[in-house]
Design a binder for this molecule. Structure first.
Ligand code: 2AM
Ligand code: CA
Length: 267
């Protein structure tokens, strides 16, 4: 029998996520120390680090045997998902945090033996918390999210994508992506992958493709979307690993195979 205490951990994590969000809101207009990581547009600030440290210290104190997989270096070296692993992005959408001062999120997930048990995506400035426990549905604040639509056609769907399809090293057939963009009803780019998953769970968009997300960008969002009947896989159709930067597709089950088979060709 599993010893994973889903409800107790969920309540504790929720408190921390809300507290961390309040710290960010209080400091939103302060001057930022901005650094870059993988490339000149991959941003990190003192706040990303401060918030990750906040989570790491609390988790290590309260759950000393759990491990942390996180973006800014305060976590552990995690190469597998055995036991309890917290997967955290302290600020998802740092470019939005710096430039827009909105539409960024805290993404926190708890996996137990590879299963996504608890997911939080917190839209900090709007004070909207998307949350889910495996098997108990997904919520937007107090409101339970409905299962996604019974049927969906690609031509009537909204696709989310970012520019990584043309800027990343993961080479993808851009003619096919162009065709996909022409086929769907419209496209959106919000700039926070975790929030983009939350919007999928909310049913206001229908698919999301991205070619180099990190585990912390998607670990919580995938749990939310699963709870309402959504599907997320690697762009080659295989299950996600939650350990690598796998190109991925997340969509309504009616359209995911069509997107993968007809419009995504990895080179
Ligand atoms: P971040 O803000 O935590 O870095 C933007 O479309 C999404 O991709 C965000 O979730 C953002 O997360 C992530 N992102 C931004 N720059 C990136 C890069 N250079 N490589 C991979 N992911 C990136
Ligand atoms: Ca981040």
């Amino acid at each position: 029998m599993s010893t994973f205490k889903q409800e107790a951990i969920y309540q504790q994590a929720k408190k921390w996520v809300k507290e961390a969000g309040a710290l960010i809101r209080q400091a939103i207009d302060q001057p930022r120390e901005i650094d870059t990581k993988a490339d000149a547009n991959d941003l990190v600030t003192e706040m990303d680090k401060k918030i990750e440290q906040f989570f790491a210290e609390h988790i290590r104190h309260t759950y000393p045997t759990d491990r942390i997989l996180s973006e800014e270096g305060f976590g552990d070296e995690v190469n597998d998902l055995t036991g309890t692993v917290w997967i955290i992005d302290p600020i998802d959408g740092t470019m939005n945090f710096v430039h827009q001062k909105r539409t960024f999120s805290i993404s926190l997930a708890v996996y137990h033996n590879g299963i996504g048990e608890i997911g939080f995506v917190y839209d900090v400035m709007a004070d909207i918390l998307y949350h889910a426990k495996k098997g108990a549905g997904a919520y937007k604040n107090e409101k339970k999210l409905s299962p996604i639509a019974d049927h969906k056609n690609l031509s009537e769907s909204i696709l989310m994508l970012n520019t990584f399809w043309c800027t990343s090293n993961n080479k993808v057939n851009d003619k096919k992506i162009r065709k996909l963009v022409q086929t769907v009803r419209g496209t959106r780019t919000y700039g926070s992958a975790a929030l983009e998953f939350a919007y999928l769970a909310e049913g206001i968009v229908d698919s999301y493709i991205s070619f180099k997300l990190h585990p912390w960008d998607l670990a919580a969002g995938v749990i939310l979307f699963n709870e309402v009947g959504g599907k997320t896989v690697q762009a080659n159709g295989k299950p996600l690993t939650f350990l690598n930067q796998d190109p991925m597709v997340s969509a309504h089950p009616d359209i995911i195979d069509e997107i993968i088979n007809d419009y995504i060709e990895l080179k």
